[in-house]
Design a protein around this ligand. Structure first.
Ligand code: DSN
Length: 416
């Protein structure tokens, strides 16, 4: 019980060490990932994992909460301060349970709900058919324009006024452009719907002032805590005071049991970090890096959905390169560049073998990379795609070596 992991379970320890080195040596460009700080790691890997705390601060169903309550209260207070919201619930286990709690709080099974279609950049839980939210609710979905990959607000308004959804979700997983929350709010008001801003991808950008906030426009805001916000794997729901009770009841006891207190502590630490001036610098650097990378990729002849980016995310459409997203992502991985294959709007290929690759700059910005390295990153991506087309495995190995060499001078939090 007292031995360190390396002595107690060398098999697991070796795998954790392997993953640590992989993360250190790889250009991590999955748009939903990041590196947390040593402090967030310490809070997350603490004895708080031992504690059960069903309920909320001051109203628990278990004893022994004198340190847990202040931790959750701190996380709530920091969320309210960072995002400027009236109410925050820091207990959802992750993004999908958080969104499910919004449905439970504000809609009834069978109600009409509206979100961006998954292949257009939306999220499963915004009513996509294979999700419980698509099966248990009557979901209607909006798209993006074929010509420019942008949300077509005329279409959003038409659907909303025709279908009168109970909820409208704004946000998603592959949206490279600024989300116009005021425009969504106007449509939601006209249609009598509740606007839910799912800011999972852009929460850190909002906290750092690098993306407009949905506060004052969306009645409910849902976010994960581990993407650009750079906290542990978890989620939060934020809302106006008038929805607070319903949201809290939906999270617990509606959908969940005991909150993961170690995660709550990690969220509190991450929010503390996000409230510091250097987080603003970080958030703006993420966007600067993405824009610089997009420019360089365009110079290499890549097609980018919507022609570029306003945030941390770039969606490559590889159709013109003559390679699918999956073989490209696999080749990039062998070249030390970690991405995910992704559908592009109006994809003619299947979701498990789509035309796109999604890239993000949150993690490499945490490592310390800036605009000056982005042409090099674009060049590696281009060389790796060319190598994949020619089945040139040695070229991929060479790129992986170059990536490793660059990253060796950028420390990774939590490695030593
Ligand atoms: N984790 C989300 C993402 O990768 O964007 C999907 O749920």
């Amino acid at each position: 019980m007292h031995a360190p992991l390396s002595a107690a379970d060398p098999e697991v320890a070796a795998l954790v060490q392997g993953e640590t080195e992989r993360q250190h040596d790889t250009l991590r460009m999955i748009a939903s990932e990041n590196y947390v700080s040593r402090a967030v790691l310490a809070a997350t890997g603490s004895v708080l994992t031992n504690k059960y705390s069903e309920g909320y601060p001051g109203k628990r169903y278990y004893e022994g909460q004198r340190f847990i309550d202040p931790i959750e209260e701190l996380a709530i207070a920091r969320a309210k301060a960072v995002f400027g919201v009236e109410h925050a619930n820091v207990q959802p286990y992750s993004g999908s349970p958080a969104n499910l709690a919004v449905y439970m709080a504000l809609a009834k099974p069978g109600d009409t709900v509206m979100g961006m279609a998954l292949p257009m950049g939306g999220h499963l839980t915004h009513g996509w058919s294979v999700s419980a939210t698509g099966a248990w609710f009557r979901a209607v979905q909006y798209t993006v324009r074929k010509e420019d990959g942008r949300i077509d607000f005329d279409e959003v308004r038409d659907i909303a006024l025709r279908e009168r959804p109970r909820l409208i979700f704004a946000g998603g997983t592959a949206i490279p452009r600024t989300i116009d929350f005021p425009r969504f709010a106007e449509i939601a008001r006209e249609a009598g719907a509740v606007l839910v801003a799912d800011i999972a991808h852009i929460a850190g950008l909002i906290a750092g002032g690098a993306h407009p906030s949905p506060v004052g426009h969306a009645e409910v805001i849902s976010t994960t805590t581990h993407k650009t916000l750079r906290g542990p794997r978890g989620a939060m729901l934020m809302c106006d005071e008038r929805h607070a009770k319903a949201i809290d009841k939906a999270v617990f006891p509606g959908l969940q049991g005991g909150p993961h207190n170690h995660t709550t502590a990690g969220i509190a630490v991450a929010l503390g970090e996000a409230s510091k001036p250097d987080f603003k610098v970080y958030a703006h650097q993420i966007v600067a890096n993405a824009k610089s990378l997009a420019t360089a990729l365009l110079e290499h002849g890549f097609d980018l959905v919507s022609g570029g980016t306003d945030n941390h995310l770039i969606l490559l459409d590889l159709t013109g390169k003559g390679i699918g997203g999956k073989p490209a992502a696999r080749a990039l991985d062998r070249a030390g560049i970690e991405t995910n294959y992704n559908t592009v709007p109006y994809d003619t290929r299947k979701p498990f073998d789509p035309s796109g690759v999604r890239l993000g700059t949150a993690a490499l910005t945490t490592r310390g990379l800036t605009e000056s390295q982005m042409p090099q990153v674009a060049s590696w991506i281009s060389r790796a795609v060319d190598a994949a087309l020619k089945d040139d495995e040695p070229a991929l190995t060479t790129i992986a070596g170059e990536v490793r060499e660059l990253l060796s001078t950028y420390p990774m939090p939590g490695r030593h």
